[in-house]
Design a protein around this ligand. Structure first.
Ligand code: TYD
Length: 132
């Protein structure tokens, strides 16, 4: 089974010019992108996520601010990441329960392999753990 992993995007530019980083299919995004969404203005005390997906693959970037992530497999293996620079991303395979916390200024950008489909979500933790 694939595991969540950090992606280090190239930083094209210089401190005097600013930077460009690129997410590109067949290079550092391992699926065809069908959907892009972003979240913002999340208060510090709010935990988002708390779901898993049957099939969805994602690449997630914090384009501003700091976002901390915890991913848990059905077997209980836990992966933690902090996205604190726009040059970092995370590849998220299907089958991981995720929990996320945001600095208030954080903007999460997600590239997703599928169109939005509520049937692809597992929103109950006990149901998720029983998929084992
Ligand atoms: P959800 O994926 O549960 O967000 P998070 O994990 O960040 O808490 O989505 C929150 C709401 O937004 C939910 O009602 C579904 C809706 N939504 C869409 O309509 N389309 C989308 O592409 C996404 C990602 C969410």
């Amino acid at each position: 089974m694939k595991k969540p992993q950090l992606i280090q995007f190239k930083q094209i530019g210089a401190p005097t010019l600013g930077y460009i980083s690129v997410a590109e299919v067949e290079d550092n995004v391992p699926f065809e992108i069908k959907r892009v969404y972003w979240t913002y203005f999340t208060p510090n005390h709010v935990e988002r996520g708390n779901h898993s997906h049957h099939a969805l693959e994602q690449v997630i970037i914090s384009v501003a601010g700091i976002i901390s992530f915890e991913f848990e497999s059905i077997d209980g293996e836990v992966f933690e990441f902090v996205l604190d620079e726009p040059s970092k991303g995370i590849y998220v395979p299907p089958g991981y329960w995720r929990r996320m916390k945001f600095s208030h200024n954080a903007v999460l950008l997600c590239m997703a392999s599928e169109l939005y489909d509520e049937k692809d979500y597992i929103r109950d933790y006990e149901t998720f753990k029983k998929l084992k």
